[in-house]
Design a protein. Structure first.
Length: 332
């Protein structure tokens, strides 16, 4: 691979067809006046097709998406491609360097999209990321993981009212597919406002590489590319359809202490089932928490130390809650 070229915007017309080009997207300068570069890979096919964008590490400690993109480009170089695939490998470079979720000024980038051209450090960074990169896409998959102290199943958040985005979500073959209208401030919402079908793909746990989730995610992305006629390579097999959840919510503690959350990821829980116990520092059980509705565990806390208002688990409510549901297995 050739030496990365520094660019201020993503422009694809002059990039060579039939090859992969590494780029360094110049967005802002740090306090020393030195440029902050966002690493990007661009694969241009020999034939026409859509511009398929993928982003990883919008939260700086959410890393599973990075090797997914590396492996995707290894695969792309060996197979015919139509259209263009663009991978923003580390969207939040300052947060990545600090091993933390937030931008360097303490702001969550996924709360302030599309940013502001004359705002704070994080707002300008977000604005330029959207203007100089995301706005060039025809569709977007934004790769995330759980945050510190929590773990996630392999699940997709998508506005199922957008038929193209819903199609992408199903092709990814997650364990759980959650209907979730994009809220203001997220990258997915900013893309949607630009008319770009977008989904958020949650791939496991923070600050780690999880081989099964990485492999399954790669297969899902390849499946999307095949279905959108970007490649004629054989499509990965499809497994069981994901559980479709119409909504979801987090359960929170009303006291502080040491928390033990019982259900495993993707487990089915019944209304009234005890899902967690809270002990005080002396070991006494001070509270048991029950599921307020029947549902499926999308994510959960694994940090046993929590004050009042600590997260317990993320409960998805299936669209057909009156029937038994079984999340799809990981395709590895």
């Amino acid at each position: 691979m050739r030496k990365p070229e520094v660019v201020r915007t993503l422009e694809f017309a002059d990039l060579p067809k039939g090859s992969v080009t590494p780029l360094l997207l110049d967005l802002v300068e740090d306090a020393a006046g030195l440029p902050v570069y966002v690493p990007v890979l661009v694969a241009r096919g020999r034939g026409d097709g859509p511009v398929f964008g993928l982003t990883a590490a919008v939260h700086g400690n959410e890393l599973n998406g990075i090797p997914v993109l590396h492996r995707l480009f290894e695969w792309v170089t060996k197979n015919p491609l139509r259209g263009t695939v663009v991978a923003i490998l580390i969207a939040n470079v300052p947060g990545f360097r600090l091993h933390r979720r937030e931008f360097q000024d303490g702001t969550d980038l996924n709360d302030i999209m599309p940013g502001r051209p004359n705002g704070s450090e994080s707002e300008v960074y977000a604005h330029r990321l959207i203007e100089r990169a995301i706005s060039r896409f025809d569709m977007l998959i934004d790769l995330h993981t759980a945050s510190f102290g929590r773990i996630n199943s392999l699940y997709v958040r998508v506005d199922t009212g957008d038929p193209t985005a819903a199609r992408m979500a199903r092709l990814l073959q997650p364990q759980i597919m959650l209907h979730n209208a994009a809220s203001d401030g997220t990258l997915r919402a900013a893309a949607s406002e630009l008319g770009i079908p977008a989904v958020t793909f949650e791939i496991g746990n923070p600050q780690s590489f999880q081989s099964d989730y990485i492999r399954s995610s790669l297969l899902g992305i390849r499946r999307v590319m095949g279905d959108f006629d970007m490649t004629s390579a054989p499509r990965p097999a499809r497994g069981r359809d994901p559980v479709l959840c119409q909504r979801s919510f987090w359960l929170y503690t009303d006291l502080g202490g040491l928390l033990d959350v019982h259900p495993t990821l993707t487990a089915q829980v019944r209304e009234g089932e005890v899902v967690a116990r809270l002990r005080n520092v002396f070991g006494d059980v001070v509270r048991e928490y029950e599921a307020p509705e029947s549902g499926v565990v999308i994510g959960k806390s694994v940090n046993p130390v929590g004050g009042t208002g600590a997260r317990i688990l993320h409960l998805g409510i299936p669209a057909d809650a009156h029937h038994y549901y079984s999340p799809g297995r990981l395709l590895t």
